[in-house]
Design a protein around this ligand. Structure first.
Ligand code: HEC
Ligand code: HEC
Length: 213
């Protein structure tokens, strides 16, 4: 009995030690290691520092690192299952990336200077601001600022930066949450909100957000 107990506690002790070693051997995210992939692959669409020239390609500069890493993982189909975030272009981009590459890329873009945009539509900027800061209580739409921050800078680790993003991209994502084409939001947080919004409300808040800085 004594011997068996001793063996058991030895096994437990080594088990615990094993966990500690595994945690230590997980390398810290290293943005420098992402540089080559960014220059050779991502820059073509997202720009060399994550400020993308075309509105259909999102800005990545200044994004919350964990959010970027999560999206890269979500774009990748695993174990024969469909990817959590379905996009044919990005599926090809992540196919050969390891989880470590994805963490390094997240760290790289988080370090870059975010884009500074402008709201373009003076007729809707007030409505956009109202939705962003206060929501629309009568429709059960919450304030975007509650999760994405007063200035749209996002909040680690779950809530992405929105400030300065291309309005066309924001609008497209809101419509994708609403139709269910994008369904990788934890707890259906974004689908529940987009469901309640009209096209005009989405457009107004997207334009307002693009001018946040
Ligand atoms: C051929 C163009 C193209 C290239 C090259 C490309 N991307 Fe993308 N990327 C896109 C498009 C388009 C989207 C938007 C997808 C959507 O609408 O859902 C996107 C979306 C993303 C997103 C999601 C951003 C967000 O705000 O949710 C991340 C992260 C991303 N790309 C990272 C990368 C990285 C890292 C690389 C290089 C390994 C890369 N992309 C290469 C076109 C590209
Ligand atoms: C309860 C918290 C919460 C609120 C309130 C909220 N969001 Fe989000 N939002 C999230 C989360 C979480 C994500 C990231 C989902 C994921 O992991 O893909 C997100 C993602 C997004 C994205 C995608 C960003 C990208 O780069 O692809 C957009 C656009 C967005 N939210 C717009 C809004 C707008 C507009 C409002 C207000 C009408 C709003 N959100 C309110 C939690 C929230």
């Amino acid at each position: 009995m004594r011997i068996r107990l001793a063996l058991l506690s030895a096994a437990l002790a080594s088990g615990v030690a094993g966990v500690a070693i595994a945690a230590e051997s997980m390398p810290k995210a290293d943005p420098a290691k992402a540089q080559q992939t960014v220059s050779q692959v991502c820059a073509a669409c997202h720009g060399p520092t994550g400020q993308s020239p075309l509105p259909e390609n999102p800005h990545l500069a200044g994004q919350i690192a964990e959010y970027t890493t999560k999206q890269l993982m979500n774009f990748k189909a695993a174990d024969g299952k469909q990817a959590e975030r379905v996009n044919p272009i990005m599926a090809g981009m992540v196919a050969n990336l390891t989880p470590e590459d994805m963490r390094n890329l997240g760290a790289y873009f988080a370090e870059q200077t975010p884009n500074k945009g402008f709201a373009r539509n003076t007729a809707t900027v007030e409505l956009g601001q109202q939705i962003y800061r206060g929501g629309i209580a009568s429709q059960g739409i919450p304030a975007c600022s509650g999760c994405h921050g007063a200035a749209g800078a996002g909040m680690p680790a779950q809530y992405p930066r929105l400030a300065g993003q291309h309005p066309e991209y924001i609008e497209a994502q809101m419509k994708a949450w609403r139709s269910g084409a994008r369904a990788n939001d934890p707890g259906k947080m974004m689908r529940a909100i987009a469901d309640k919004m009209s096209d005009a409300q989405i457009k107004a808040v997207a334009d307002y957000i693009s001018g946040l800085r």
